[in-house]
Ligand binder design. Sequence first.
Ligand SMILES: [Zn+2]
Length: 584
Amino acid sequence: MKNPKTTSDAAALLNTKTSTRDTPSEQDAKHRANALRIALLFVSVVCGCKSQEDADLARRLHTQRLRTESQSTSDAIAPKDYPSNWLGTRTTTVAPGVHAFGDLQPSAAFAIESSEGVILIDTGLDENATRLRELFFSVQLRLEDVRYVLLTHAHYDHVFGANKVREVSNAIVCAGAEDYKVLSSADRFALFSLFPKTEFSGNPIRVDRQLHDGDVIESGDVTVRVIGCPGHTPGSMCYLVEKEGQRIMFAGDVIASLNFGPATYPVHISPRYRGNAVAYLETINRLLQMEPPDLLLTGHPRQQTRSESIRIDSKKWKELLEPAKQELQIAVDRQNSDGPDFLDGVPKQIEKGLYYFGELDGIAVYGLIRSDRFVVFNAPGGDRFADFLKAQCKTLQLDYRTPDMVLLTSNTETHSSGLKSLAGVSQVVTPQLPVTSAESSSTKIDLYEEDSKQFADLAIDSLSISHAGMPALAFRFSVEKKQVLVTPSVPRNIGLWWVTRRNGRTKQSFVEPQTSELKQELTASSQRVKDYLDSLQKLSEFRPDIWLPTLPRTGQNANVYDQQWSLTIDANRDAVTHLIDSTE
Ligand SMILES: [Zn+2]
C-alpha cells in the first residue's frame, strides 16, 4: 500500500538532503530555501488553496522537520524509559513517536509518526475534531500531517472526526470492509449502538480503503499490520505496529480498556447493532493464541480508574482475555440451546409453536399454536393486519389461517384496529370494552378486568394491570417448560447491564430511545406514574424465561437470563422514581 501520489518535486527536494555534499554556506542557503518553501506550503495548506501534491509534500517535510528536531531527545530516551504505566485520561507519549490521546472522550485516539506523515488511529466523536486538533498541537503535530486514518470500528465515538481530518489533510481513511456500509450510509442505529445522545449531522463517513484481515499498510518507516477482530462490530480491526523493537497493538473496543478488557456488550443486543457472540469468541481465541504485544493501547482508557501498565506479558494478556472468553462461551452456548431470539423485526420461531411476527405500526405481534388453535397477541395496522399476518406466516413457512383467538394487551386503537381485517375470529380477549372494531355477530368478546384464572382450554393466564390511564393485560403461559410472559408497554426495555469483570458488580446504563419515550409518556400525569409503579410491582412477581413485550424497541433478546428480569423492573422503577424527583 505505497502512496501512489509521491511527487517528483518532493522526491527531488528530499533527495537534496542526502545526495550531495554542500559547503556550510550552500547548506544554509538550501535550508533557507527549504524553510521558505515549507512556509509557503503551510500558508497554502492553511488557506485551503492546496493541491493534493502540496499537502503531501507539506506533510512529509513537516514530519521530517519534527523528527530531525526531536532526534537528539529520542536518542536520549530509550523505549524502556517511556512510561509503562498510563493513567488513561492523560495524553502521553508512550513510545518514540507514538502518542496516546487519553484526554479525548469517551474514546481515545492515537498518533504514530512515520517518515511519510502521521498515522491516526480513530478520530473521536467530535465532527469538527476540535479537541483532537488541540491534542495534536500539544505533541507538536498538526492534523494536516495525517496521512492515514485507521478506524478501529464503526461506532460514533471512534469515527465522527474522520471527515474533518480527511478534509484538512487529504488523509486516506481506512476501515474494516464489514463496517464500510454502516459508515458510508451513516446508519444511525448501528453507529450509535444504544447510546444516541450525541449530536450528529448524519453525514456519511467517507472511507477510501476497505481493510481485510492480513492487510499491511506502509507509511515510510512504519508498517501497520491489520488483524480482523469481528464481534464487537463485524468490521472491528486491531492494528499492530512495530516501532523500534516494540510491538504495539491498538485494540479499539475489541479490548476496550485494561481493567475492563473486551467490550462484549453488543453480543447481548440485537444483530441490528451488529454484535456477534460466535465471531467475538473466535476473535478472543485467536488473540489468545497470538504472541501478546509489548504495549497494548485500548479504545477506552478513560474507563481505567487507576494508572495501569500498558506493558503486556503472557500472564496479563490471559488475565484480560480469559474472563471475556468464558462470558462469550456462555452467550454462545445459550444461543445454541435457546436460539438467538432477537425481537428485531425479523419473524422467527421462539419455541416450538411460539412465534414472533415482527412489528406493525410499532406494535409487536406474537402467535401461539396450541391444541390445534391459532392464537394471536395484538392486532395493530387496521386493514393491513390480515395481509401482514399472511406474509409473516409465509416467511415462517406456516400455513395461514384466520386466528381462532386474538388476545389484546390493550384495547386502544393502536393495538386493536387490525381486528376488522380478520373475518371469522371466534374469540377476542380484551382488557375492557368497547373494542368496536371487533364487534360482529360471530365474534365472542371476553372481557378481563380482573385477574383471571386460566381461560378456555389453552392454559393461558391473564393479568390485569393499568397503564397510561388505560386498563391493560399481560398474558402468561408455559411452552416447553419455559415461562412466557407477554406484556403491554410496561415494563420497558430501558437498561443495559455490564458485569464489571474485576469485582463482579453490575453496572447499568439507560438506553435510548425507550428511556426518553417512557419519560415523555409518564410526564403527562402523576396518576400515570402511580399506575406504572403499581404495574411494575405486580409484574415483579414473575420471572419469565421468555419475555414478549408489546414494544421491543431495540430488538431485545426474548430469552431472559440471570437477574435480567428483576434488573429490568428495578431500572424502570429507578427511571420513574427519578422522574418524580425531577418534577417535584
Ligand atoms: Zn465500540
